[in-house]
Design a protein around this ligand. Structure first.
Ligand SMILES: *Cc1c(COP(=O)(O)O)cnc(C)c1O
Length: 370
């Protein structure tokens, strides 16, 4: 990997965000969703920070992530959201992982494993209340709970997922909550049962639906699920983005007016131009759709990207920034001087969301923690 490029993860921001979110959901247990290597921030390192601040539940997508987190020394509850392949079922026991179950055959498998190993493996049931993704149907709830009792399974809680919780006034969220409440009513609240419906949008915008446990993902890493709208609307001081992405100028290239830049010459200069060649391309998670749209920060000023982003390089126009030299720091995401470019702004340039950018940039570059 290029020694110039790195993401810098602000661990104070992670701690701040964790505490901020706990204050927004004071009655619920807080689960940190650290899938996709902590949304690009390192699953293991970010889980450590959240734990230091009181977190005792961690959510991952894949069984293999749960294994890695457990092997890193995590002793807390680890919940695996995407099920398990039959061939890998033993890891649930050896690594004490808590599955979210959405298939009947998995219930039967877990029941058999329990009897064979003489242990109890708590699990969560996943219901589809409107996402049209994973889960049992709400109408199955009554029968499913009694089936679990027959199989001698310990249902630790029920989980569902909002499709549109990032829209504070969406009608869909009210419908989803109604569906979810039907499931809770079937089973009834009791001490060991936890209900969980809220992701970041639910935590921030649907305080009436927090239930026994909330699942924060993007917000832990400093972003609002509804992007800059959410940041702007939150006057409470708010979430702090934790990831910065930096590089350095590789070379300055001075070209005449009328010169085409990069593949396909999609940009042609209309004046004598100083281009800073930056060793960041789409293989580093800096999407090609940012070509001719993005800006980067050099010497505290915005420098627009000219021409197509290549696999390993891109060019920024520094004609208006005095004295830029090879080796100068480039901030592609984060703050430099008085200027800030965050993942929401970059997402706006290439028609995506902070989530995707954090995963792409965070999981393709060397990380440093401060
Ligand atoms: C990723 C995920 C979350 C967290 O969502 P954010 O919008 O990032 O807060 C919560 N629940 C489930 C099931 C998820 O997969």
């Amino acid at each position: 990997m290029n020694p110039y490029n790195k993401t810098i993860i602000d661990t104070d921001a992670l701690a701040h965000n964790y505490r901020f979110l706990c204050r927004r959901a004071p009655s619920a247990r807080m689960m940190a969703m650290v899938k996709s290597d902590g949304y690009g921030h390192s699953m293991v390192e970010s889980a450590k920070i959240f734990r230091e601040n009181g977190c005792r539940s961690f959510g991952v997508a894949e069984l293999s992530e749960g294994v890695e987190l457990r092997d890193s020394g995590c002793q807390d509850e680890i919940i695996v959201f995407m099920g398990f392949d039959y061939a890998e079922r033993d890891y649930l026991l050896t690594h004490n992982l808590t599955p979210v179950v959405f298939r009947r055959d998995d219930l039967e498998r877990i029941s058999r494993m329990q009897s064979a190993a003489q242990v109890h493996l708590p699990l969560f049931l996943k219901f589809d209340c409107g996402m049209s993704r994973l889960g049992f149907k709400v109408r199955e709830a009554t029968e499913l709970f009694s089936y679990c009792r027959d199989l001698n399974l310990t249902v630790h809680g029920v989980i569902s997922h909002y499709p549109s919780s990032d829209e504070p006034n969406s009608a869909s969220s009210a419908i989803v909550l109604k569906q979810f409440e039907q499931i809770i009513r079937v089973e009834g609240y009791h001490d060991t049962m936890r209900s969980s419906l809220c992701n970041s949008g639910g935590i921030l915008y649907h305080g009436n639906a927090h239930g026994g446990m909330v699942r924060a993902g993007i917000s832990l890493f400093g972003y609002y699920p509804d992007g800059s709208r959410g940041r702007f609307a939150d006057r409470a001081g708010g979430l702090k983005p934790a990831m910065k992405f930096v590089s350095r100028v590789l070379q300055i290239n001075e070209v005449a007016s009328g010169t085409g830049v990069s593949y396909g010459h999609t940009f042609v200069t209309d004046r004598e131009t100083r281009l800073a060649v930056i060793p960041v391309g789409y293989s580093d998670g800096y999407f090609r759709t940012l070509s001719n749209r993005a800006s980067v920060l050099i010497k505290g000023s915005r420098a627009p990207i000219r021409g197509r982003i290549c696999m390993n390089m891109c060019m920024a126009d520094v004609t208006d920034i005095e004295g830029v030299q090879a080796g100068d720091e480039v901030v592609l995401m984060g703050t430099q001087g008085a200027e800030t470019i965050d993942a929401d702004e970059i997402g706006g340039w290439c028609d995506t969301i902070s989530y995707e950018l954090l995963c792409a940039i965070g999981n393709n570059n060397t990380r440093e923690f401060i």
